[in-house]
Ligand binder design. Structure first.
Ligand SMILES: *Cc1c(COP(=O)(O)O)cnc(C)c1O
Length: 356
């Protein structure tokens, strides 16, 4: 994770970095992120309890609440934990207007420039900005937006692009001379910086910091990234099948030859995607060496089956990597019809914390 942050830093140049650690640092653990991202300028996350964990783990630099506060009483924690808050809606402005904090609250004002999810629309931008700017106890630190298509190099003219969203953001408050925050991992690693180099800019990479690719079709290794998570298990049983015999629920896979199959202790309750099809690669390793073998049959709650016929040395107890350094999480995700983000962030805590 520290290596990946250094790669992000190389791309960011003079721009500041919010290391995005939402969803338990994309499944890697807030405490690990606090240590690995010591060189980041701040941590960005969603929930006050994760902010609390980051502070308890010793994080002293800024923390940005990416969706801001949900209710008025959250401001007590904003003050206690010294959080910077995104403001994306008028309900949040109304809460700030009622607030009488001991110290000014740092704010990122979020505008919607095409994502149509969170943020003030173009026709609300002036009012929102002016109401915030009128509050003596609010310090607007940056104007931000979130990109809809940074991971597409072929984005059609009809959809918002990195350039069009950035232009739209700049047009909303023409006199603004403070900071900006636009780029996610895809924009940081794949698009040349478009900001004015004389202005303060803060990028917000997430997925790249964990060594997965922000873009389908581009390998993380080709972006200089290293996987930070290894999902490991063991072969828990080995059995021989005659041609015609089938494996698992629904008998999805049928042996076409005399086959040796392994049962691996990892299933969808452990974060492995149930949608993974036959042929999804799995790494099996023992003293004789390692090999990529194929998943066969439907993924169960706590096991999968693999075809060990072409790996005669494979035996009960062999080490298995579901994803990590031998099998990229993005490769498994693509086979399963999803993205690395979902697999990493979906890892259950009880799996992450199980001692090896
Ligand atoms: C999750 C998130 C990011 C990080 O996106 P990646 O694609 O993981 O780099 C940046 N900004 C916001 C607002 C986010 O919610």
């Amino acid at each position: 994770m520290a290596h990946n942050l250094a790669q992000a830093r190389a791309h960011a140049g003079a721009r500041g970095i919010w290391a995005v650690v939402k969803a338990n640092a994309y499944g890697h653990g807030i405490e690990n992120a606090v240590r690995a991202f010591a060189d980041a300028d701040g941590l960005a996350l969603l929930e006050t309890d994760e902010a609390h964990r980051a502070r308890a783990a010793g994080w002293r630099k800024p923390i940005l609440l990416l969706e801001g506060v949900f209710e008025h009483r959250d401001f007590a924690l904003v003050a206690e934990l010294d959080l910077t808050v995104v403001v994306h809606g008028f309900e949040q402005i109304a809460m700030l207007e009622r607030l009488r904090p001991a110290r000014p609250v740092g704010v990122y004002c979020k505008f919607d420039t095409g994502m149509n999810r969170l943020g003030f629309a173009a026709d609300e931008a002036r009012t929102a900005f002016d109401r915030l700017a009128a509050l003596a106890h609010v310090r607007i630190e940056a104007l931000m937006t979130h990109l809809a298509n940074a991971d597409r190099r072929d984005a059609a003219a009809s959809v918002p692009t990195v350039a069009s969203q950035r232009r739209a953001l700049r047009a909303l408050v023409p006199e603004w001379r403070g900071g900006w925050s636009v780029a996610n991992s895809a924009a940081l690693f794949l698009h040349a910086p478009e900001g004015d180099p004389t202005e303060a800019e803060f990028v917000r990479p997430g997925i790249a910091l964990y060594g997965a690719s922000p873009v389908v079709g581009i390998a993380a290794a080709d972006l200089g990234l290293r996987p930070a998570m290894q999902l490991r298990s063991r072969v828990l049983a080995v059995r021989n099948l005659a041609p015609g015999q089938t494996v698992g629920y629904g008998s999805r896979w049928t042996a076409r030859r005399p086959s040796r199959i392994g049962i691996v202790a990892c299933g969808y309750a452990d974060g492995y995607p149930r949608s993974a099809p036959d042929g999804t690669p799995v790494w099996v390793e023992n003293a004789a060496g390692g090999a990529r073998v194929a998943l066969i049959g439907r993924v169960s709650m706590d096991m999968i089956a693999v075809d060990l016929t072409d790996m005669p040395s494979a035996a009960c107890g062999d080490a298995v990597e579901l994803w990590g350094t031998r099998i990229g999480v993005d490769e498994v995700a693509e086979r399963a019809g999803t993205i690395g983000y979902e697999l990493l962030s979906g890892l259950p805590a009880r799996v992450r914390e199980r001692p090896q």
